[in-house]
Design a protein around this ligand. Structure first.
Ligand code: NAD
Length: 501
């Protein structure tokens, strides 16, 4: 009998066993088989990681900025070299299909590319002669030990939203990836070492709430980056900020697609199907609510039903499949409960994913795609994030009613409007209360040189993630005012500050 693999912490440049004897299972969600065990670490393991990071900080933060950038270039090269291996790890532990896994990795690599430009991004400002003989300049300096806690749904991309920027800014990083698919994070840490990163600059610790609480409480961790569900984002934001940490905390979502009567039906339906059912709906930018305006509702429903029927569902490593399984058995059950709730509330279940042959066909955590119509805004399936392959359709009589629905929803991550009318699109982008907006683009995720973040209950704290917000988040601003007086000139005591002249 072969022993189940244990995925250890990555601390101080190598694998380290945990002090904890509590373990969790890592599944292949396509088969339901346990493929590895993960230690559920806590304060003792964290202390080792923080000690190593603190020790590494002194020399890493004083390493020249060009050397740090060169390391990122090398890391990018290694990511490309190991692309297939990383994509396979993502697909195996998460379940998403290979092209989708490859796309998510690419989005992470783009943040590394952005980080390669750090010598330019970290340039400060300089003003000569702000007073007589006085100059002023600003600089951004590393903060210290930074920590990040990430969700299961993007095991490569979301960690790479954080650590490349933190590290290239001169900080050390402690990552606590999702306990459901942690292997990718460990592989990324190994590649950083191969790229030449000194030991202790990047650490990966494993666990659940106990480890997160230990991070939140550790006095030597200066910043806390979080991506996950809204209740946990709110919790970590309150706890981390009350202990004096700088926090960025991104939460959950209910992203709408508003479809105007003049939208191109074919293109709109293709975009919505991809955004609703890609990655089995387990994306924070998934479209999970469609608002069909006026006469478009019936034809839209018809075309969505036709296209849903053509989706192939199965293991992520089979290139002919469009959609893989959900992450765990428990999550599948939760999504199925939502479907039942929608039926009980009186919504029209047009396609029931629970009846798809793959849902009950084996040990994997598969669930077919579902579509609800005639959903009303007070229903739980509309108000809450389901995070599965369930799309709910609401009907609005006009543009204003559709806009009001989006703006009254508690979440504010992403939204899309589908229309062929530029003036409607412009009014929508101007008035909608959402952080990331698409016009005929279903998943408007900003590229690495912009920053990512929602509004309302989809974010806590004032910083978006990656891009220049990332650089600002992971550095402290210092502003220096200098005077080099002419020693031959006389000077006198003056108690006024500032002086008028
Ligand atoms: P989750 O909130 O359950 O877990 C996220 C992380 O928090 C994990 O590392 C987990 O170990 C930890 N955690 C879980 N419960 C905790 C608790 N009570 N106390 C402290 N830490 C805890 O999220 P998930 O299920 O892994 O991921 C899906 C969620 O993430 C969805 O809500 C999705 O919308 C959201 N998400 C948001 C974005 C975004 O950019 N806004 C991106 C990806 C995912």
């Amino acid at each position: 009998m072969t022993e189940t693999k244990i995925i250890n912490h990555w601390i101080d440049g190598g694998f380290q066993p945990s002090a904890s004897d509590r373990f969790g299972n890592i599944y292949n969600p396509a088969t339901g088989a346990v493929i590895a065990k993960l230690p559920m670490g806590g304060a003792v393991d964290l202390e080792t990681a923080v000690k190593s990071a603190r020790h590494a900080f002194h020399s890493w933060s004083t390493t020249s900025i060009t050397k740090r950038a060169q390391l990122m270039f090398k890391f990018k090269e290694l990511l490309e070299l190991h692309r297939d291996e990383l994509v396979d790890i993502i697909s195996l532990e998460h379940g998403k299909v290979i092209p989708d896994a490859a796309g998510s990795l690419q989005r992470g690599i783009e943040v590394v590319e952005f980080a390669c430009g750090i010598p330019h991004l970290l340039k400060g400002e300089f003003s000569e002669q702000v007073g007589t003989g006085v100059d002023c300049y600003s600089m951004r300096q590393p903060i210290g030990v930074c920590a990040g806690v990430t969700p299961f749904n993007f095991p490569a991309m979301v960690p790479m939203w954080m650590f490349p920027i933190a590290i290239v800014c001169g900080n050390c990083f402690i990552l606590k990836p999702s306990e459901k698919d942690p292997s990718c994070s460990v592989k990324l840490a190994e590649l950083l070492k191969e790229a030449g990163l000194p030991d202790g600059v990047m650490n990966v610790v494993h666990g659940d709430k106990e480890m997160v609480d230990a991070i939140l409480e550790h006095p030597d961790i200066a910043t806390f980056s979080f991506v996950g569900s809204t209740p946990v984002a709110e919790y970590v934001y309150n706890k981390a900020s009350s202990s004096g940490k700088r926090v960025q905390a991104l939460g959950g979502a209910k992203n709408h697609a508003v479809v105007m009567p003049d939208a191109d039906l074919e293109q709109t339906a293709n975009a919505i199907i991809g955004a609703a059912y890609g990655s089995a709906g387990e994306r924070c930018m998934a479209i999970s609510a469609v608002i069909a305006v006026d006469s478009i509702a019936e034809p839209l429903k018809e075309i969505l039903v036709r296209k849903m029927g053509a989706l192939k569902i199965g293991p992520g490593n089979d290139p002919s499949n469009d959609m893989g399984p959900l992450i765990t058995k428990e999550h599948k059950k939760k999504v199925m409960n939502y479907i039942q709730d929608g039926v009980s509330a009186g919504a029209e279940l047009v396609i029931d994913g629970r009846e798809h042959p793959i849902t009950n066909g084996g040990e994997g955590f598969f669930l077919g795609p579902s579509l609800f119509d005639r959903v009303s805004p007070d229903m739980k399936i509309y108000l809450e994030e389901i995070f599965g392959p369930v799309l709910v359709m609401l009907r609005a009589k006009d543009f204003q009613q559709a806009l009001d629905l989006v703006n009254n929803n508690r979440f504010g991550n992403g939204v899309a409007v589908f229309t062929s009318n530029g003036s409607i699109a412009r009014e929508f982008t101007n008035k909608v209360q959402i952080g990331m907006v698409g016009v005929n683009v279903a998943i408007p995720v900003p590229l690495a040189f912009y920053s990512f973040g929602g509004w309302k209950d989809s974010i806590y704290g004032s910083s978006n993630i990656y891009g220049m917000d990332g650089v600002r988040f992971f550095t402290k601003l210092k502003t220096v005012t200098t005077r080099w007086p002419d020693l031959n000139q006389s000077s006198a005591v003056d108690l006024s500050m500032p002086t008028v002249e």
